[in-house]
Design a protein around this ligand. Structure first.
Ligand SMILES: O=C(O)CCC(=O)C(=O)O
Ligand SMILES: [Fe+2]
Length: 608
């Protein structure tokens, strides 16, 4: 037992040893594409249920983890302060420093850890409030999971104090602890946030997410995340982070002198050089028929600059939007597959960042209106509609579910929430697979359970004019929730696609495809988390109590790829949605298959 035994320091990177063959990488990307673009789990696949919590995906489980930590904290603090200090206590000190800089630095009132523990013990600070504060922040969430994986999970290795071990054993019985895979998932969330929202190295160090300042990552955290990016072959991210670390450590007054001296900067320089080589080798091997070797557009950096032997100090990562546009222009004859892979995520990321991609005139022509829907209930309180796209229509309707109903829906499912799974095109497993492309958590609620507290299905039927009653009309409601960094890349909600359709049971086929998505926002999101439609160049911001609806099928029953859409990563806050997918066959007398042009126009009309 000693400080050197802990791995409360950077994990060795596999970057230097890892060399996956390009063929394997491209197969990975293509398979992922098939999975994400062709499908997602339907009501037919039924709720996946397993016993392990998903800390990086589920808000509820992450909150419980914070409570577990607060349960242990006073005893750890006591051991660190009341017993004579020994060298072996170093990991405990590091742990407490990490807790303090992660959770107390961003508080408006500057309090010490001792004061915090006093306020906690005397219930002046509510544990629940601390938990809510952690789960909405990507860095605090990551650091909480990391403290468990690197320290709390192995606490008996670091202390002989019997009281502490007793409390630890008790906590262990009450709560489940996260694993290395949870830590990896939370690092991936940060990599994704950086890719989409482009915050700078300084913002990471300061924890500046525009909502609050503090709780930034340390140099050590950044190196670990860079190492993990390497392992995922997200080389451009790794380059960017290693480079950022080198630059910060070489500043005349490094922000965290201790971290810079602890780390072997020469080792980082070697890693950086190595990852640049790997990055550029992949680019040289890349050809137009295959997906690019990195999910991020930064990979084009050097190719576009025609740099044959890159020198890392001359790089300017994350500044290549205009080059990406140029590249796309030169590739006008790209295959649909290629376009979906590259163009759509690229535009989607722009939308997520809030870039305006449509003409002002188009936006000005969009309407908001009230509707009574010829229904007495809406005479007193008319529905408020906002049109985000005319054709195909994408319409947001406000105030259609109350806060009380939302709380009940959330309460009903919180224990069941597990990482979302997408149907696999080739697997036999009806439970689907987890994927980097959809990292939310979800659960399904039976109609009978919902009707105990809300007439949601009836309300959706009134608004859409479609049938929602019974198995053949619509799926049961799916609730999904996103922690910071969680997202869902652009996809179609339709499920009757070549590969997936082969696996659907007869009863599913009889329901027909998902003609319409009716998606309710069950929360506001403080930053990020919009629903982006890259082809239509529009993004919808979650407003609690509102819903968005669109048709997934064309008038002739084919899939409408113009409504590809995705959930932007949540940057700060948590996001809850409810999906009601309406199936086509039971709508045959309401929405017929229309082939004539003039009839087709009619199809898009939303009932008012
Ligand atoms: O989270 C969002 O905004 C989109 C979710 C979505 O597209 C889905 O669940 O199918
Ligand atoms: Fe969707």
């Amino acid at each position: 037992m000693g400080a050197e035994e802990t791995d409360y320091k950077s994990n060795p990177s596999r970057c230097n040893t890892l060399s996956l063959h390009w063929g394997v990488i491209s197969i990975y990307f293509i398979v992922s594409f098939v999975v994400i673009f062709l499908s997602q789990v339907t009501g037919a696949f039924q709720p996946y249920s397993h016993t392990d919590p998903d800390f990086a995906a589920s808000i509820h489980h992450l909150k419980l983890l914070v409570l577990a930590e607060l349960n242990l904290l006073p005893s750890i603090f006591y051991v660190a302060n009341k017993e004579p200090y020994r060298e072996n206590d170093e990991p405990i000190k590091l742990y407490l420093d990490d807790f303090t800089s992660s959770n107390l630095k961003s508080l408006k009132a500057k309090i010490s850890l001792e004061q915090f523990i006093f306020l906690l013990n005397s219930s002046y600070i509510k544990e629940d409030i601390v938990a809510n504060d952690v789960v909405k922040h990507p860095f605090k969430s990551y650091r909480t999971i990391r403290r468990f994986v690197r320290f709390i999970g192995k606490l008996p290795e670091f202390t002989e104090n019997e009281d502490l071990i007793r409390v630890w054993n008790h906590t262990r019985k009450l709560y489940k602890f996260p694993k290395e895979s949870d830590l990896n998932a939370s690092m991936e969330s940060i990599i994704r946030l950086r890719q989409v929202y482009r915050f700078s190295i300084n913002d990471i160090l300061e924890g500046n997410l525009e909502m609050e300042i503090g709780s930034g990552l340390s140099i050590r955290h950044m190196v670990e995340i860079a190492d993990h990016s390497c392992n995922l072959q997200l080389y451009s991210h790794a380059i960017d982070l290693y480079y950022g670390v080198m630059t910060k450590c070489s500043e005349s007054q490094p922000r965290s002198f201790q971290d810079c001296s602890l780390l072997d900067l020469a080792n980082i320089a070697v890693k950086l050089n190595d990852v640049i080589k790997k990055h550029d080798n992949l680019l040289v091997e890349w050809n137009d028929d295959l997906a690019p070797p990195d999910s991020s557009p930064h990979v084009f950096d050097d190719i576009l600059d025609n740099i044959t032997s890159p020198k890392f100090l001359s790089r300017k990562p994350l500044q290549i939007d205009h080059k990406m546009d140029e590249l796309l222009k030169t590739k006008s004859e790209l295959s649909q597959l290629y376009k979906d892979m590259i163009v759509s995520p690229f535009l989607y990321e722009k939308l997520c960042r809030g870039e305006q991609l449509r003409d002002k005139a188009v936006i000005a022509s969009l309407k908001c209106y009230y509707s009574h829907k010829s229904h007495p209930i809406y005479t007193i309180g008319p529905l408020k509609f906002e049109v985000h796209s005319e054709s195909p229509p994408i319409i947001q309707i406000y105030d259609i579910i109350s806060d009380a109903e939302i709380s009940q829906l959330q309460h009903e499912v919180q224990e069941e929430m597990r990482q979302s799974r997408t149907a696999s095109a080739e697997g036999d497993d009806d439970l689907g697979i987890t994927s980097r492309y959809r990292t939310s958590a979800n659960a399904w609620i039976e109609d009978a359970d919902i009707s105990k507290f809300t007439y949601l299905n009836e309300r959706i039927a009134r608004i859409t004019g479609l049938n929602t009653t019974g198995y053949f009309s619509s799926e049961i409601v799916q609730i999904a929730a996103y922690n910071p960094g969680n997202h869902y890349t652009p996809h179609s909600d339709a499920i009757f696609e070549d590969e997936i359709i082969k696996r659907l049971p007869e009863s599913e086929l009889q329901r027909g495809d998902r003609i319409m998505t009716f998606m309710l926002y069950l929360s506001h999101v403080e930053k990020g988390g919009g629903t982006g439609f890259p082809t239509l160049k529009t993004v919808i911001h979650p407003v609690k109590g509102s819903a968005v609806m669109w048709f997934n099928l064309n008038p002739d029953g084919t899939v409408n790829y113009n409504v590809l859409h995705g959930g932007c990563p949540v940057l700060y806050g948590t996001k809850w949605i409810a999906n009601k997918w309406i199936r086509s066959n039971d709508q045959m007398f309401i929405k017929r298959c229309l082939n004539k042009r003039e009839e087709r126009e009619h199809y898009w009309e939303m009932p008012n």
